[in-house]
Structure formats: structure tokens, C-alpha cells
Design a protein around this ligand. Structure first.
Ligand code: PLP
Length: 399
């Protein structure tokens, strides 16, 4: 099927909820994608940060094939060998003291679970979230997601949610009380344009949570799993969470998410409190186990750090050379370039030059490439961006 007829078919039937790029991806390998007409793209979007170990990672493909021929579904009420191995592997890379895991299928589901767990474990109702926060779009997760564009058409959402400015510890202190169940925070905000927590902020939230008797929840759905050059982005600081949410890349591309908590906190849940038909299915767990093995065998934490530093330097150079660039932000391979103008032209022009970019709001280009991307692919992508920024400089800033 050619691209045009494929676009038409998908548009006819799919709910109109996605901002579509005019690309029909039919094949992927590492950091590359090919469209229906055989054109090759370098993928800086990385499936919105999912393709951490690369598209069609060989460990994942092999594990999925094997598991698919053995057992695909197995409800959580039965035990399963692959699930047990995956849980053990995930616990072994989890922050110290967090050893109990709930398995779900998406980021928003992990957040729903964390909200319920925090409420049950503390007996309190209120959640504190931050300006710019993105935690997903199901009703509970949306209630602690900040952008009014996502929230207002669906109100009323959960009551008892307070938003405080991201990075302002005093405001968080003032907002927290003996009614607060949890403070929810992304160690690096992704959706709002890649904003790392200011120095000392996460540690301050830890102290506030301890003083006010509430839980501290880190949403590492986008920032976690080696992306920023540490296994978890909060490990760039000394702060430790009570609960951590993980999703995106953990299933090597298959739907899989996890809520990881201490034994004490997770013991608030009783059988029946929070279950999911597909949660922890053997196929996703096999992919997850293969993903964790690959991460370790190829030391993707180190790779994200080294390549991220190089890419950051490349982006800094673009900032120095192009007046349309306002700022460069991020850590490891979670990076952003903020422009003075709308990035839409750049996104579409980049596609024509074989590069898939991602945005965050109107003015920000966000980079969440697979951590297996080669240095040469990064260079090629940045060269394309260099040309496009030069064109933007010329058109937008003619003096
Ligand atoms: C930090 C964060 N939390 C939660 C989510 C929601 O994840 P999902 O789209 O899998 O529901 C996302 C998705 O981008 C995210 O970046």
C-alpha cells in the first residue's frame, strides 16, 4: 500500500486524537525507521521515548518470538516463570528499599495505581502536583497533569489536587499538610519542554514529605531507565522516592509499566484493590526482561551519558550559531532546544530530509532518541537541523 492510501485508511477509522506526522512507518531497526515507500529516517522521537533499546532490538525480538510460542497471556492470579524473572530483574535495578512492584500496561495506568496506593497507604486524600507536570491522560492521571488544554474539557476531575510551581520548595512546603497523601513530581519534566529539577529541589521535597508525613512519588516514566545517564534521573540527586512510576521503554516497545514501592507502602494494597487483566502478561514481561538484559550487557547508562554529553555540545553549538535558538536543556539523551518561534516548519522540513523530530509545546524541539543511536546518526541529524535553523534565521530574522 502506498503512503497516500495508507494515510486515508487510518484517518477514516482512527479516533482523531493524535497530531499526525505525514509518515507511515512500516519497519524499524535501532535508531532508524523506514516508511511505506522505503524512505529511511533517523528517529529522534524514539516512539515518544519508548524505543530505549532501539527499534526491533534483537534481544527483544528473540524473547518475544520464544515467549509467543510458549504462553502469551497469564492472568496475575496464576504464577508465571517469565513474570517472576522480570520482577526479580526490575527489583535488582530499582532504588534501594523499593522492592515491591505492581505491573500495568501504560504510563497513565502506573500513575493511577500510584495515586490509589498513596491514598490507601496514608489514609489521606490530597495530592500535590507541580506546574508543567505531565502524568498522563486517564482521569486520575489527568487530574495531576497541569496543562489546562488537556484538563478543562473533562472537568470535574479528581478533587483534592493542589498545583504548586515546579522548583519552588517554599510553595510545596506551604501547600503540604496533614491532609496530603503524596507529592508527585517528575525529576526532569518532559512534556513541558525538558526541565530538570533545580538543584536541591528533590531533596527539599523529600524533607517536606518526611516532615508532613506524606509520600514522595517520582514519575520516571520519561526520564527513567538509563535515558539521562543514570538508571533513574533522580539518582543525579541524593533524594529517594517512596514510590516510583516507570513505563515507556521498560517493555522494549511492548506495553508494560510498573509502580515500584517499599514493602511497607505496597502492603497497604490487599487482593482485589488494584488489578489489570493484561498487567504482567508473559509476552510483555519477556520483552521487559530482554530489555533489562540488553541495557546491562551494553551499558546503556554509560552510553546515554557519553553520547548525551556529545549531543549536548552539538546542540550548544547550534545555539551559538543560530539566533532563532533561545536555550538548550536536558541531561543524557533527554534533551531540548528551545527556539524563539514555532517549531512546526522545522518538524515538517526535517521529515523531508529524513529526520523525525519531536516537539514539546510550540517552541521546543525535544530529543528522546533510542540510546543505541550511533554517534554518526546523531551528527547527521544535527547537520540537518543546522541547515534548517540557518533557513529559519534567514526567514524569521531578516534584518
Ligand atoms: C512523565 C510521564 N508520565 C506519564 C506519562 C503517560 O504515559 P502513557 O502515555 O503511557 O499513558 C507520560 C507520557 O508521555 C510521561 O511522559
Amino acid at each position: 500500500m502506498g503512503e497516500e492510501s495508507l494515510f486515508a485508511k487510518e484517518d477514516r477509522y482512527l479516533a482523531p486524537v493524535y497530531q499526525k506526522y505525514p509518515v507511515a512507518a512500516v519497519r524499524g531497526e535501532g535508531a532508524k525507521i523506514w516508511d511505506a515507500d522505503g524512505r529511511e529516517y533517523i528517529d529522534f522521537m524514539g516512539g515518544y521515548g519508548v524505543a530505549i533499546v532501539g527499534h526491533c532490538n534483537p534481544y527483544v525480538v528473540e524473547a518475544v518470538k520464544n515467549q509467543a510460542s510458549k504462553l502469551i497471556t497469564c492472568h496475575g492470579s496464576l504464577y508465571n516463570d517469565t513474570r517472576a524473572d522480570f520482577l526479580e530483574a526490575l527489583a535488582s535495578i530499582s532504588p534501594e528499599g523499593l522492592t515491591k512492584i505492581y505491573l500495568g500496561n501504560s504510563g497513565a495506568e502506573a500513575v493511577e495505581c500510584a495515586i490509589k496506593l498513596a491514598r490507601k497507604a496514608t489514609g489521606r486524600r490530597e495530592i500535590i502536583a507541580t506546574s508543567g507536570a505531565f502524568h498522563g491522560k486517564t482521569v486520575g492521571a489527568l487530574s495531576i497533569t497541569w496543562n489546562p488544554k488537556y484538563r478543562s474539557p473533562f472537568e470535574p476531575l479528581l478533587a483534592d489536587v493542589k498545583f504548586v510551581p515546579y522548583g519552588d520548595e517554599q510553595k510545596a512546603y506551604d501547600a503540604a499538610s496533614d491532609k496530603t497523601a503524596a507529592i508527585f513530581v517528575e525529576p526532569i519534566q518532559g512534556e513541558s519542554g525538558v526541565h530538570p529539577a533545580p538543584e536541591g529541589y528533590l531533596e527539599a521535597l523529600r524533607k517536606i514529605a518526611d516532615e508532613k508525613g506524606c509520600l514522595l512519588i517520582f514519575d520516571e516514566i520519561q526520564s527513567g531507565l538509563a535515558r539521562t545517564g543514570k538508571m533513574w534521573a533522580h539518582q543525579h540527586t541524593s533524594a529517594k522516592p517512596d514510590i516510583m512510576c516507570v513505563a515507556k521503554g521498560i517493555g522494549g516497545g511492548l506495553p508494560l509499566s510498573a509502580v515500584i514501592a517499599s514493602e511497607d507502602v505496597m502492603s497497604a494494597f490487599n487482593p482485589g484493590d488494584h488489578t489489570s487483566t493484561f498487567g504482567g502478561n508473559p509476552l510483555s514481561c519477556a520483552a521487559g526482561l530482554a530489555t533489562l538484559r540488553y541495557l546491562k550487557d551494553y551499558d546503556l547508562v554509560k552510553r546515554a551519558e557519553c553520547l548525551g554529553n556529545k549531543m549536548m555540545k552539538g546542540l550548544e553549538r547550534l545555539r551559538e550559531e543560530h539566533r532563532v535558538v533561545r536555550e538548550v536543556r536536558g541531561r543524557g539523551l533527554m534533551l531540548a532546544l528551545e527556539l524563539r518561534f514555532d517549531v512546526k516548519n522545522i518538524l515538517f522540513s526535517a521529515l523531508k530530509k529524513g529526520v523525525i523530530l519531536l516537539y514539546s509545546g510550540k517552541n521546543v524541539l525535544r530529543f528522546l532518541p533510542p540510546l543505541v543511536i550511533s554517534e554518526e546518526e546523531v551528527k547527521r541529524g544535527l547537520m540537518v537541523l543546522d541547515d534548517l535553523l540557518a533557513e529559519e534565521d534567514r526567514v524569521r530574522l531578516q534584518s
